[in-house]
Design a protein. Structure first.
Length: 240
């Protein structure tokens, strides 16, 4: 079982500088810009990078972060005193509140009861949901990071419909550079985790991450192993 408390003591630089998290935030922000919202819940908020980015783009009346790791919630409360943070497992609970936008990025693959997690997301969503999940092959690093499954686009779309969402925009992203990157780092998964997920980034590691980040701008928006979906919540919260 992945130790998320220990992980968030080490993953800060990975989330800030690693190419895949950077581009996921970019794609999420683009989708968020297309819909109206004044309040947002980020489920699996980690160190608050996405909430901070959303807060810089438009005036918001409420920003809420949820994560399973109590330690990162305590850290975020000190770093972002104007935001709300709650420790919670989305597979087994939800907040007794709704926001206009709910974001859940790279979380569902970690949850055993993932369809119940979608129901919980619906209960907190008054407008739109943005989800990202991995697709395709499960690599050794994925298992080390706590993945239980990867998804097909149609499977996730149908599950969202069952949870009373209407998928509006959905695509696969990442070919060829993100795909090649996943194969490359899994040639030596233990060493890759230690170098890129195991603490502060050195100047060399940052330079490597920056180069790969620029390459990722050339990735396809029709092919790849990253799924990105925005869905609209159906009127009336019958999922309760």
């Amino acid at each position: 079982m992945t130790d998320y408390e220990r992980g968030w003591a080490q993953w800060g630089d990975m989330i800030r500088y690693s190419p895949a998290p950077f581009h996921r935030r970019r794609l999420i922000l683009r989708l968020a810009d297309e819909v109206p919202f004044e309040s947002v819940i980020d489920v699996g908020c980690g160190n608050g990078e996405l909430l901070a980015a959303l807060n810089q783009r438009r005036p918001l009346r409420r920003l809420v972060g949820v994560d399973i790791a109590a330690s990162i919630i305590d850290q975020n409360r000190r770093a972002f005193p104007g935001f709300e943070f709650h420790q919670m497992d989305i597979g087994s609970a939800c907040l007794p509140t709704e926001c206009d936008l709910v974001v859940c990025s790279e979380v569902i693959e970690h949850v055993v009861e993932w369809e119940q997690a979608l129901v919980h997301l619906r209960r907190m969503c008054a407008g739109h949901l943005i989800v990202t999940v991995p697709a395709g092959r499960m690599f050794p690093i994925d298992r080390l990071m706590g993945h239980h499954r990867h998804f097909a686009l149609d499977t996730l779309r149908e599950a969202l419909r069952r949870a009373r969402f209407v998928p509006e925009r959905a695509w696969c992203w990442g070919f060829p550079f993100h795909t090649a990157y996943k194969y490359l780092i899994n040639l030596a998964p233990g060493a890759s985790v230690r170098r890129f997920s195991g603490g502060g980034y050195s100047a060399t590691t940052r330079a490597i991450a920056t180069l790969i980040t620029w390459l990722f701008y050339l990735n396809s928006r029709h092919l790849g192993s990253q799924l990105v979906i925005r869905a609209r919540a159906l009127d009336g919260n019958a999922a309760r």
